[in-house]
Design a protein around this ligand. Sequence first.
Ligand code: BGC
Length: 446
Amino acid sequence: MSEKVFPKDFIWGAATASYQIEGSPLADGAGPSIWHRFSHTSGNTYNGDTGDVADDHYNRYKEDIALMKELGLKAYRFSISWSRIFPNGKGKINEKGIDFYNRLVDELLKANITPFVTLYHWDLPAALQDLGGWTNRDIAYWYTDYTDYMFQRFGDRVKNWITLNEPWVMAFVGHFMGEHAPGMKDLYASFSVVHNQLRAHSKTVKAFREENIKEGKIGITLSNSSHDPATDSQEDKEAARLAHEWTNYPLFLNPIYKGEYPSGIKEHASEFLPHNYENDLEEIKEKIDFVGINYYSGDLVKLDTKSFLGGKTVERGLPKTEMGWEIYPEGFYKILKGVQEEYNPKEVYVTENGAAFDDKVVNQEVHDEKRIEYLKYHLEQALRAIQNGVTLKGYFVWSLLDNFEWAWGYSKRFGIVYVDYKTQKRIIKDSGEWYSQVIKNNSFEF
Ligand code: BGC
C-alpha cells in the first residue's frame, strides 16, 4: 500500500445538474424545458419517470449544502436552468428564477464552497425548441443573451463558468439516436447542433471577456470514453481514431483551439455539417481558460463499414457498472494525457467521473464498496496524469446525490449520497464517507 498524495490546493468537488435534481420544474414562473416535455411524453423514459420531484433540491438546497459541508467539499458544480430565468428562452425575465440561484450561491459561499456553474446542461427552454432549438443558427444569440445576463447577475460571486455540458451528447443522443430530448433522429440536425453549440460557446466566451469579471474563468465540459482498437490491424486502428475524433474532446477542442474540425470529420462527415460552415471557424477559435473532462468508461472498437464513421464496439470482458459500461481506469489517464498533448490547455478539471451501482440500504447504511473501488482506481489515474504533466487542477465526482438519470429515470444511482425518493431522506453512502476522508487528507491509501 502506498499513499497517493494530491497537489496542495487541489479542488475536490461534486457535480449535479438542474433537471436531474431540482424538481419543481415549473415553479415560480419557470417555463418548461425540452426535458420536461420529453419526459412527459410516454415511452421516452424508464417507467415514465420525470423530473417533477427529483431530489426536491429546489426546496431542500439548504439541507443539501449542509451535507456538502459535512462531506468537506471544496467546490460544487451545478447547472442553471435557462427556462427558470427566461421562461420563453428569451425576452421576459423571471426574477424568481434569479432569486433561487441567488439563494443557492449565497448559501454555498457561506459554507465556503466554491461554485462552478454550468450554463447549459441539456434543459433547453421548450419555447426555443419550437423555433428549431439548437438547429437554428440564431440560438448562438439567444444563448449568449442568456449567458451574458447570468454573468451580470452572478459574476460578482461566481468566478468559474462552464458554457456547455457534453455537447456531443446533446447533438447525437438528442438529435441522432433520439434517446434524449428533443428525441430527433437526423444526422444532419446533429451536425448542425454541434456547429451551433460551438458558435454559441465562442460568442459566450467573447461576452464573458467583455464583462471583465474579476478572477473569472470560463471553459467547456466534454464527454469522453477511451476508444482503443480491438486488434492491431490498420482498419481497427483507423476505426478507433475516428471514434475518438468524433465522440471525444477533439470534435470540439479542435475547432476551439485550432479553428478546424478534426481530420476524420473533414474527410468522412463534412457533408453533414451546415453549408458554408467554414466561414464560422475563425470566430469559433477563441481562447478558453480550462477544459472540463467527463470520463466514465472505455471500449474496444472494430471496423464496421455499415455503421457511421465505420466503427462498432466489442466486448473485452472487463467488469461493468450498473449502466453496462466497462470499468477502464487506464482509459481515464489516456484521455487526460491526450487532451494535454493535443491542445495543451492552461487548466484541466475532471468535471464528472463516477459510477452507478445497485445500492441497497441496510440499517440506514449503504455499503457501496464497488463505488469506492471505482473511485480509487480512477483517482490513481488522475494523479498519474498530474505526475505526467497534465494541468489537472480539480476533480468533481458524479454525483453528489442519486438523481434523475435521464432516459433511465430513477433506476440508476450515481450518488455518493443515497436518496430515498419516497421520503427524500438522504443517507451518506460509504463512498461519501470515503471521499470525505480523501478531501480531508488530500490523499488516500492505495
Ligand atoms: C452527464 C450526466 C449524467 C452522467 C451519467 C453525463 O453524461 O453529464 O448528466 O447523469 O453522465 O450518465
